[in-house]
Design a protein. Structure first.
Length: 178
């Protein structure tokens, strides 16, 4: 499989990841605003929704970093074979995909905080969850930026693609009780 086909495969895969992530965001947003007791009174349905959102957020961050970024740089002729991940991030910032390398690091940090069980108070867990929810909007914007750059610099255009409509999704909110 040549680099263009691999990149197109990864773009289509990421598109599906975002569709699933947005559905998980919609389900989670039904419980907004969240308060500091949210985690102490979860129903089985809410646990399933949380698990789905965390899985989709994690999978999206992982697949962009491990698969999409390297292949994107390959196709654009911006990747050296022995390039470290930090160097890839710097290159992505330089070509305008990332606003700042620190943004990507914040997605990874939030991913890690959601996937590991730390003895955090419920209010901290709620804050982390809402932060990941907000970062999901940023990831959607990042993906749109990737596709725009590819359309400008290559002949890769996603067939029958329509950007996800996130306009109906509320932004993360916490109850005033916190």
């Amino acid at each position: 499989m040549n680099n263009y086909k691999k990149l197109l495969f990864f773009l289509e895969e990421e598109e599906r990841n975002f569709q699933h992530l947005i559905r998980a965001m919609q389900a989670l947003s039904e419980y907004f605003p969240l308060d500091d007791t949210f985690f102490s009174k979860l129903t089985d349905e809410q646990i399933d929704i949380l698990d789905r959102f965390i899985f989709r957020f994690t999978k999206t961050v992982d697949s962009i970093g491990k698969r999409l970024f390297p292949e994107l740089l390959n196709v654009l002729g911006e990747r050296d074979e022995d390039m470290f991940f930090r160097d890839m991030l710097n290159r992505l910032e330089k070509i305008g995909i990332l606003n700042r390398v620190e943004d990507w690091n914040s997605y990874r940090e939030r991913r890690n905080s959601l996937t590991h069980e730390y003895p955090e108070p419920d209010s901290a867990k709620t804050a982390m969850l809402l932060d990941a929810y907000e970062k999901s909007f940023e990831l959607i914007t990042l993906f749109e930026r990737i596709k725009t750059l590819l359309a400008q610099k290559t002949d890769i255009v996603m067939a029958a693609y329509s950007p996800p409509d996130v306009s109906t999704l509320p932004h993360a909110t916490m109850s005033e009780k916190m």
